[in-house]
Design a protein around this ligand. Sequence first.
Ligand code: FES
Length: 104
Amino acid sequence: MPGPVKVAARADIPPGGKLLAEVDGRAIAVLRVGDDFYAIDDVCTHDGGPLAEGELRGCEIRCPRHGARFDVRDGRALSFPAVEPVPTHRVEIRGDDVLVHVDD
Ligand code: FES
């Protein structure tokens, strides 16, 4: 499997910001909370809503389709109608680059 993939420069995503990236053909929402970066699948576990288009408030992202909320740090579903966690991916900061690992 390929190694981590650069998805952005740190400055591309301000605190509280988000970005939609594609890594190995997979849509990934990259989110910044303060100085920490997180990556989750851009697919809501309720009905496939595009999470990167949702509202990010603190560590929570709200699905724009039916309003389920997820914790971006560990993918936990925090509210109905979603009950399953969304897959998360390890983010690595290398210099000014934001890299995402999708295979571990
Ligand atoms: S698709 Fe996300 S809450 Fe329904």
